[in-house]
Ligand binder design. Sequence first.
Ligand code: PGA
Length: 252
Amino acid sequence: MLIPLIAGNWKMNTTIHQGVDMVIKLRELLRGVDSVEAVLAPPFTSIHHLSHIVADSPIKLCGQNLHWEKSGAYTGEISAEMLVSAGCLYVIIGHSERREYFKETDEMVNKKVMAALRAGLRPIVCVGETLDEKERGKTVSKVKSQVKKALTGLTGGALKDITIAYEPIWAIGTGRNATPQEAEEVHNTLRELLFELYDTDSIKNTRIIYGGSVKPDNIDSLMAQPNIDGALVGGASLKAEDFARIVKFQSE
Ligand code: PGA
């Protein structure tokens, strides 16, 4: 049985103090929760400080991005090794905002996945279609191609550390989420793709999570779907009560 993963992506929000206040509340609200992996991706500046606060809790930390080189003249960038030393276990790679605003390509996403795994980080690889692609019936071809390219060169052994996040771009920050059935269909297709590419044993721990306007009032029906193994939550992860409710989803 896969342990669900619920990750909160704070994006470019929260100062160190705001992050600390939020995590202290969240730590209390999640006391005793051990059937779900709760992950937070704060801004880089807060990670090390928060690592002390989550130390005795089930909460794990995650970077929002990384560079594929270990070190060097790459002003403004952060390496996988730096994220590990700050206290991260996970890293989000290829979020649609990175792809759109910072021109990240599938090739860059692949290099980042490799670099993360080399350093012992677990990548959360984001894929998803635009509204235009959805309306032209291109959802499946887009996400399958993104997943294949992101995983190029990976052997089966690495798949246990990989999470795929299906995030339809038209659902991110819009309040318009995919219906549980729509999401389930795409997740099922992605699961089948993994079965085509790898053997059953390699992918039995590979989670496929959903992101895009996940809220306390829609998490239960999403998590009731057989192929939805968790959620990547933006806006609703900034409030401790909302995020705790999402982590403590009730599946039927
Ligand atoms: P949202 O963001 O929950 O605010 O829609 C999701 C994401 O970008 O991961």
